[in-house]
Design a protein around this ligand. Sequence first.
Ligand code: GTP
Ligand code: SPV
Ligand code: MN
Length: 639
Amino acid sequence: MPNLSELNFEERTPVIFRQSSGAKTGEIPCRISHGSWESLPAQVASWVKAQIELCQPDSLHIIDGSISEEIRLKEQLVKAGVIIPLPKYENCFLTRTDPKDVARVESKTFISTPEKIETVPPTAEGINGTLGNWMAPEELDEKVKQKFPGCMRGRTMYMIPFSMGPVGGPLSKNGIELTDSCYVAISMSIMTRVGSRVMDCVRKSGEFVKCLHSVGKPLTPGQKDVMWPCNPEETMIAHRPHSSEIISFGSGYGGNSLLGKKCFALRIGSALARQQGWFAEHMLVMGLKKHDSEERRYVCAAFPSACGKTNLAMLNPTLPGYDVTCVGDDIAWLRFDNEGSLRAINPENGFFGVAPGTSDDSNPIAMQTIFKNTLFTNVAMTDDGGVWWEGMTEEAPAHLIDWLGQDWTPDSGKKAAHPNSRFCAPAENCPILDENWEDPQGVKIDAILFGGRRPEGVPLVSESLNWQHGVFMGAALKSEATAAAEHKGKMVMHDPFSMRPFFGYNFGHYLKHWLDMGAKHSATVPRIFMVNWFRKSSAGKFLWPGFGENVRVLDWIMRRCDGYEDIATKSPIGYIPTEESLNTEGLGNIDWAQLFSTPRDFWLDEVSELRQYFKQQVGYSLPQEIQSELDALEKRFNA
Ligand code: GTP
Ligand code: SPV
Ligand code: MN
């Protein structure tokens, strides 16, 4: 990483809004630069007032969600040099972050509950927990007192009323984010439904998740701002599930600052879901229809960060006769309805997707989604005012401005786009958006998939023996680390349910919740599958072409859901396709034996590693059922 002080970070003047609807009065602790203080519901006003007193911004901008507001905010940001217009596309912009603020920071993310056991399972003596970080409420109070007083001085506080899920829907929930980052305000307007109509809901229900965010860099009078203010040394992303509060300091990036996403929809969401009998999951939701069938089937899939959710959610089927639709690419809220069917909504309103690797070949649907009304972060810029990243075209352009704002040529010997560079695009841009994607009741789920990057041992697809075994598969999920968080290198890490960074409560209790919900609805639960697009040959090449070809695996999964028994054989790890049953027509050479083998040595090692993991990381919080599944797996290999 280059040293920040060596970079030519363009200085800028702070964003100031000219429009003003109110003067400083006794009641309002700062200038209101946009919106009306009087119109705020009482509970909202009292909370906001307290946060203004704490953070001491110069002014408050109440986001109304109108187009004219969006245009004005973007104009201001362009003038200040914070976002750069991309004239090659329609209403698209580029941001470059501070190179120290490029991904989620799991090590600085905390859940605060009175009892530690509510948040994290007990670890074995001398072992560091990897399933979340707990902070005592008093300690969090103390941290807030250290970090927040005056943290927004010289800046505008944006107040963003937002809804996760269709506004006013029975499964939807409201939040209000206060932030001193206009980039966050604009991104939240893409990723969630924002503005006055949400405030109307809050007024009716009186309920909202309280989200406070600051980049943690106050300005003294006259001080010039930097392009991407942040405070990496002081970064903290904290959650109080008991009072539905999120407190984030020091980072402006993605999941650290767009608080509706991981903080609300997953961490606070999962804690609420447990209390209220539903699930909040790191899952895509997609629809699949065969042209000769009446019904569209829906699948949700939990893959760890940067492991293929956006790609599967927007799959472009290579088999003729299939039609794929997208409901969501990152988060699903799932609930059993009165008939016992599991139904999913996508609480988000946009895609915050990984840019590198996205191309007309790998994900043409994403390519049709992201060149209108999109905000790019940390990608490279082309000479004609477009964007580029590794994998977008086979050949790199002869000249670019890289993600650090420096000249780049193919022989620079470094990446032009940051590996975790992202596009932030409205869902409505997606040409295959499902017609029911905003159905407030959600879509009916037929299958749940788990998957990660497993170079060895794990076959392309297997089906669990039953719900309990499927929950075990989710609990045992592992994947190679990616650039979505601060982990380095390619080590295979545990990422149970692809939720390791996002659990809002004790993982053992989470597993119990999954088991209990399944037992309650045993007659109607979806089937559970494990997939692995990333298995490699001994020569280190992917054994499976992936991307659009993954429809072949979905096709097999759908036939299993239709009750076709003779297309699978039972292996010790679950049901595996018979060789003729997976359509591989036209794929050329597929090494079936390598792709589907379940090597005994590998799996016995896996069992003993899992045994140690559960013992060291989950301890007595581990449900007995999961222990039994592990024992049974070992037994099947020794039978
Ligand atoms: P988050 O937004 O971080 O939660 O990630 P995501 O799960 O949506 O990840 P995404 O779909 O953006 O995956 C990004 C990476 O996975 C890119 O490097 C892709 O090239 C790679 N990828 C996705 N699908 C496949 C596949 O089927 N095969 C292979 N080999 N790579 C894939
Ligand atoms: C992930 O890391 O899983 C993401 C990106 O979806 S972020 O919103 O930054 O968490
Ligand atoms: Mn994600």
